[in-house]
Design a protein around this ligand. Structure first.
Ligand SMILES: [Cu+2]
Length: 353
């Protein structure tokens, strides 16, 4: 048990969290209403719900090297609804598939208190740089145990976190993954920001995906396009964590986008399609010139037809970035009015910073 020192007995929430001398700058992230709010350094941060927590990333923070950012992730088994009447037995971080969007700044000191409340061993593996004992691939966290992951958030870019317990495919495919954004020291230009995590769901256990989705819900942005404003940059944090398919493509209609691969440099390519292998991610920036409905989807038709398709609704004038009921629904008309679907998965997902 070389890393036993990192296992926390019992309930991590009952632990005294050391402040490491940074109490005045420590910010705790409460991610699940079940655990209520917390008090750190005299600051009370309440847990709240947000239906759009998987689409809209937390707001960026200024570069402040050494700032401590804390959050809690709890793995639980849960049944999620993919489309009406189709459930999926998932293992999920904080109850949603994908797990909550984690967003920190370059050089933040990230502490993730992980508790495994499932009957199987799980971990969290973060992409980016960290010590070997923080990798999440060497020491499975047993059922009922906790583990404290500590890492300096580097490098800036679009990353992932996911379980790294064997057999890997089944752990990831069950839903233990999420987006991990590290903001650069020099802020990116102002933009309307969204997160799109692409994944698949093998509902019958035959090793092939039966449904595909952006942010865990097939067709959700098809029935409810994502509203954005014309001539205001749209930034998409895009990741592919699809198991069972070697690659997923992403294609945008009506406009080109700047493609920043992994988002770790300012170099970009102008295109309208990007193909991502499993675990790859990128940042896209789009300046819509025209109003109207513009589709985005996996260019592999089989995959788009099974849920990985949506729309941007570009408007001229004030527009919140929210999915709204829209007129267009090329795919999945039967799900377009699935009001109860919207938000269920995102309700517990938002990290409050
Ligand atoms: Cu796992």
């Amino acid at each position: 048990m070389p890393f036993a020192r990192n296992f926390l007995a019992g309930d991590a929430h009952a632990q005294t969290i050391p402040d490491g001398g940074h109490a005045e700058r420590m910010e705790r992230v409460v991610t699940d209403g079940a655990h209520g709010g917390g008090t750190i350094g005299g600051q009370v941060i309440a847990a709240t719900e947000d239906d759009l927590g998987l689409l809209l990333p937390p707001r960026p923070r200024a570069h402040d090297p050494g700032r401590v950012r804390e959050l809690e992730l709890v793995a639980r088994e849960t049944r999620v609804e993919l489309v009406r009447g189709t459930g999926f037995d998932a293992a999920a971080y904080n109850g949603t598939v994908p797990g909550p969007v984690i967003r920190v700044a370059h050089d933040d000191d990230l502490r993730v208190w992980f508790t495994n409340e499932t009957p199987h061993p799980h971990t969290i593996h973060f992409h980016g740089t960290h010590r070997a004992d923080m990798d999440g691939s060497l020491e499975p966290v047993p059922p009922g145990a906790s583990y404290l992951y500590e890492l300096k958030a580097r490098p800036w870019g679009m990353h992932l976190y996911h379980c790294h317990t064997k057999p890997l495919a089944s752990h990831i495919a069950r839903g233990l993954y999420g987006a991990f954004i590290i903001d650069p020291p020099a802020p990116r230009r102002r933009a309307q920001e969204v997160v799109l995590v692409m994944s698949g769901f093998d509902t019958d256990g035959d090793g092939a995906n039966d449904w595909y989705a952006f942010n865990g819900r097939p067709f959700q942005y098809d029935g409810r396009p994502i509203q954005v404003k014309k001539r205001h940059p749209v930034r998409v944090y895009l990741a592919n964590v699809t198991e069972h398919d070697p690659v997923i493509s992403f294609h945008l209609h009506g406009e080109m986008f700047k493609l920043f691969r992994t988002g770790t440099t300012d170099a970009f390519e102008l295109t309208d399609t990007v193909t991502l292998a499993q675990g790859e991610r990128c940042i896209l920036e789009i300046d819509f010139e025209h109003t109207g409905l513009f589709m985005f989807h996996a260019h592999q038709s089989r995959i788009a037809d099974k849920g990985m398709a949506g729309w941007f609704q570009v408007v001229d004038g004030p527009a919140p970035i929210v999915p709204t009921a829209g007129p267009g629904s090329l795919y999945g008309d039967e799900f377009a009015d699935c009001t109860p679907c919207l938000g269920e998965l995102g309700a517990k997902a938002l990290l409050k910073y």
